[in-house]
Design a protein. Structure first.
Length: 301
């Protein structure tokens, strides 16, 4: 049996939230349908943040009202505060993802909170999800480095992971929000988190900003991590890393893993077709993935 690696598709949320194209609700739903057709079983579909701050996610309630519910797909909604959590629960998200920040410089600008404040807030709002029986996960953003403060102490990442697990997070993601991680640091931070939250599933979120995402994924897989975030076409940057390319591309990750003998449940050629659709129709601008240019291997006869 090949080892299964779960790829969480973040394109419809993380991929679109800062894209200038401002995809309409109908096109977002078509995007989601195409992803499901390519085999996606778990995806970030919505973000319940103030529309003034993230206009591209203003229609998240409508998106969640329109997603297909009969295909065994789990939809994740992002929440940063109590209001967001209530919206995510009201719109029947299958999972709510809360974001803790590992550094104050980014935290103040992204959600006006310090690392400790985000952990305190999670204590408070995780209860709402627990009461509704909805699983809640935590992403620790800027877990490998902060665009304003620089290096992020590994001890702080471990502290946040410990608090996330204590408050009932079913999964902890380490987010390399600005794409500064290296594979050896990935291993070290995974070990540090496991030491304080041994029973909590780990997920890793990488950006290919400095061309290290695939090496970082390899390090995570070798460390035993079974859940990886990716965004088809590599869409989605970070507003505080203005020149940065986006999330690591789903099709690039699927190619590497399937060549390596892992099983993802995703269809590479359909993912490449979605990347091309994004360029021509969905976003109408180029996307950044190697596989959508090169195609898979071996060639299909
Ligand atoms: Mg991202």
């Amino acid at each position: 049996m090949p080892r299964h690696i779960e790829i969480v598709e973040v394109g419809p949320r993380d991929g679109l939230q800062n894209d200038p194209a401002m995809m309409s609700t109908d096109v977002k739903l078509e995007f989601i349908e195409r992803l499901i057709e390519a085999g996606v079983k778990r995806m970030e579909a919505a973000s319940f943040v103030p529309p003034k701050l993230v206009p591209a996610m203003a229609d998240s309630d409508a998106v969640m009202a329109g997603v297909p519910r009969d295909k065994g797909v789990k939809y994740i909604g992002l929440a940063l505060n109590e209001r967001g959590m209530r919206r995510a629960l009201d719109t029947r998200c299958d999972e709510v993802n809360f974001v803790m920040v590992a550094s104050a410089g980014f935290g103040k600008r992204n959600q006006n909170a310090t690392p400790e404040e985000t952990a305190d807030l999670f204590d408070h709002i995780a209860v709402l999800a627990h009461d509704d029986g909805v699983p809640v996960s935590v992403t620790i953003s800027v877990a490998f480095g902060d665009p304003f403060d620089g290096e992020v102490p590994i001890e702080r990442v471990a502290m946040l992971a410990k608090r996330a697990a204590a408050a009932g997070a079913v999964e902890i993601a380490l987010g390399d929000t600005i794409g500064v991680a290296d594979p050896w640091d990935v291993r070290a931070r995974i070990d540090a988190v496991r030491a304080v939250a041994p029973d909590t599933r780990l997920r890793l979120h990488f950006h290919n900003t400095r061309n290290t995402a695939m090496a970082n994924i390899h390090a995570a897989i070798e460390a035993g991590v079974d859940v990886i975030d990716a965004s088809v076409g590599g869409i989605g940057g970070c507003p505080f890393a203005p020149k940065a390319t986006g999330n690591v591309a789903t099709e690039d990750v699927v190619y590497m893993l399937e060549r390596g003998g892992f099983e993802t449940g995703l269809d590479l050629s359909k993912l490449i077709a979605i990347a091309k659709w994004l360029e021509k129709e969905g976003l109408k601008h180029p996307v950044h993935s190697m596989l959508s240019n090169a195609g898979g291997f071996p060639p299909k006869t």
